[in-house]
Design a protein. Structure first.
Length: 438
């Protein structure tokens, strides 16, 4: 008969680690767990438009295999840590036999992916079961999950508001209890913003800690250090568990320190103060008005410099955003690359409601048509950018240096200046992502 309604309500709110333990203790079968999440997803997704492709039948078959392995095991056997637990995958991460469009209409003509992204494969090797694939912003470069292929993802708490982006589909599904966790990616806030807007937990790992192989678009040069694949989960306790799986061999969550030996630097909007009853010291970081401009200048310059880098051994050249857009042959110039005039024409089509691209994608592609040297000059020149980078690195190093009697310092900073905005409202405040660009 399967679990009762009360048991279903209890299970659907558990962490991935708790669910894995329930499966090992044979309190529930993986088949029941996966079926339960499929039903929840089918109920919720009609209003969310977060899951854009599914593999329910294959997932149920894998769940049966997990049940067989658990039933044949003995107490104390070393089973995979996520055996039988379902999860979702951001659509820009390759999965063998499934589409990887990244929201670009031209890529819908491509055959299904022949490979599976390495980070996804790591979760599968740990026993987790991919259930579905989730919505993104076009080419993963905007803070709302909206594109011409799959449409608009809605916030599970208020359908008139954004779920964030570019991993908005992931955060929406996790928040709606359709999966206990999902896999997203982040270069300037694409995990952290959706997690904040949907009230769940997201983690952007250190650059190159988790493999980006199989992500589209792929980053090269300096940008490769900024693009990170990472988890989104309903419970913070799952983040360390998932990072151990995604980055095997890396020490995660070992050691630790007491709050009394911790200094917290709180940034923005008057948020400061230690937790009630704790003795850790805090320092309030009220940024001056120039700080967002400095962060945006440095982030923009880093991406521009990545586009102009010469490939080096082991580091591929960065593919510009406009080059990825040029997979749409209508945007190509005579030499196959992006055409400025074609992009301008497409902007006019967008204004008439006839474009097959989103405005942020077109705007960024057009900005890239300006010679990088001019843009760098507008940002203060290469020397000015290097000086700004050095200044900000020194400020951060000074801030994070533990004082006498302290083990560490952390920065507590709001992810965004506001809660989730209404759909398309971020068009009016495009620089507000500087909290996560930092």
């Amino acid at each position: 008969p399967g679990p009762s309604d009360e048991a279903r309500r209890w299970l659907v709110g558990r962490s991935a680690g708790q669910l894995a333990q329930c499966l090992r203790d044979r309190q529930i079968t993986s088949t029941e767990l996966v079926q339960m999440h499929i039903e929840q997803l089918q109920r919720a997704n009609a209003g969310l438009n977060a899951a854009v492709a599914q593999r329910f039948q294959q997932a149920l078959e894998q769940a049966q295999q997990a049940d067989t392995l658990i039933q044949s095991s003995n107490p104390g056997d070393d089973l995979p840590p996520l055996l039988g637990v379902p999860f979702s995958v951001k659509e820009c991460l390759a999965f063998k036999g499934m589409p990887t469009t990244s929201g670009l209409l031209a890529r819908t003509r491509n055959p299904p992916s022949p490979i599976t992204a390495e980070a996804v494969a790591s979760l599968i090797d740990a026993g987790a079961i991919p259930l579905c694939f989730t919505n993104v912003s076009e080419l993963c470069m905007w803070l709302e999950a909206y594109n011409p292929v799959y449409g608009l993802t809605r916030n599970p708490y208020a359908h008139g508001h954004t779920a964030g982006g570019s991993s908005g589909g992931e955060a929406a599904l996790v928040a709606a209890a359709c999966v206990p966790f999902g896999l997203g990616s982040d270069i300037g806030g694409s995990i952290r913003l959706p997690a904040s807007f949907c009230g769940v937990f997201g983690h952007k790992p250190t650059g190159n800690l988790v493999s980006n192989a199989g992500h589209y678009p792929q980053s090269g040069g300096r940008a490769r250090d900024m693009l990170c694949v990472g988890p989104i989960a309903r419970h913070a306790s799952d983040l360390a568990l998932l990072l151990r799986v995604l980055a095997p061999g890396v020490r995660v969550g070992e050691g630790g320190f007491g709050v009394a030996c911790l200094r917290g630097a709180c940034g923005g909007h008057g948020q400061s103060g230690a937790a009630p009853g704790e003795q850790g010291s805090t320092r309030d970081l009220q940024a001056d008005a120039s700080q967002p401009r400095r962060v945006l200048s440095l982030w923009s310059a880093t991406m521009l410099l990545a586009n102009t880098e010469t490939p080096s051994e082991g580091r591929a050249r960065q593919t510009s955003f406009s080059e990825s857009m040029a997979e749409d042959q209508r945007l190509q110039g005579p030499h196959g690359g992006p055409s400025t005039w074609a992009l301008l024409s497409e902007v006019l089509q967008w204004a008439r409601g006839r474009s097959s691209h989103t405005f942020p994608a077109l705007a960024l592609a057009l900005i890239e048509q300006i010679p990088a040297g001019i843009l760098i000059w507008l940002l203060g020149g290469a020397a000015g950018v290097a000086r700004l980078r050095a200044e900000m690195e020194e400020e951060l190093r000074t801030l994070l240096e533990p004082s006498s009697g302290e083990d560490a310092c952390v920065i507590l900073c709001p992810t965004y200046p506001s809660a989730a905005q209404r759909h398309f409202e971020p068009y009016l405040t495009p620089a507000d992502f500087t909290h996560t660009a930092a």
